[in-house]
Design a protein around this ligand. Structure first.
Ligand SMILES: Nc1ncnc2c1ncn2[C@@H]1O[C@H](COP(=O)(O)OP(=O)(O)OP(=O)(O)O)[C@@H](O)[C@H]1O
Ligand SMILES: [Mg+2]
Length: 139
């Protein structure tokens, strides 16, 4: 399964949130994990709108050893991030309030990686694996 959505305007994020929630639900994620996934993609897409110009979201299913999940890639062709190391440190720091968006995404998802090339753009990949809460038939 692979789906992609363009990001350019703030309102694109509304449609992306809706579609990604639907995909996460189809994957069998619990409502709580659906919310975590939607929040993450929303933060990353909002970074594209605010810090780059336009980009896209790609959603795909992934299989690990004895596990299944969803991977979301958000990339743009904006300016990249000059001080990426600093941004990564901030997102890892337990105290910083600066750069809260990426920090939140890192905490909400199971895997997080970010790459940026000056003047060429930014690429963020996040993965959520299904856990026991997703196996309960409650929601
Ligand atoms: N797609 C991107 N293109 C260029 N720079 C980016 C991109 N995403 C993030 N950045 C840079 O990384 C910084 C940290 O991003 P982060 O989302 O953590 O915080 P923020 O967007 O500044 O604030 P918040 O998300 O809390 O509203 C941004 O201030 C920006 O400088
Ligand atoms: Mg942000």
């Amino acid at each position: 399964m692979e789906k992609s959505f363009p990001i350019k305007y703030e309102w694109d994020i509304v449609a992306i949130r809706k579609s990604v929630r639907e995909l996460a639900r189809e994957h069998g994620f619990s409502e709580l994990n659906q919310a975590r996934i939607v929040q993450s993609v929303s933060e990353l897409a909002s970074n594209v709108v605010h810090h780059a110009v336009e980009g896209m979201v790609q959603v795909e299913s992934v299989q690990g050893e004895g596990k299944a999940g969803i991977r979301i890639i958000v990339q743009d062709f904006g300016p990249g991030i000059e001080d990426l190391d600093q941004i990564i440190r901030l997102s890892e720091s337990p105290t910083s309030m600066e750069g809260y968006g990426l920090k939140q995404v890192r905490e909400l998802m199971d895997e997080f990686s970010i790459r940026a090339v000056d003047g060429k753009g930014t690429y963020v990949s996040v993965t959520k694996w299904k856990d026991e809460s997703d196996l309960r038939p409650s929601d």
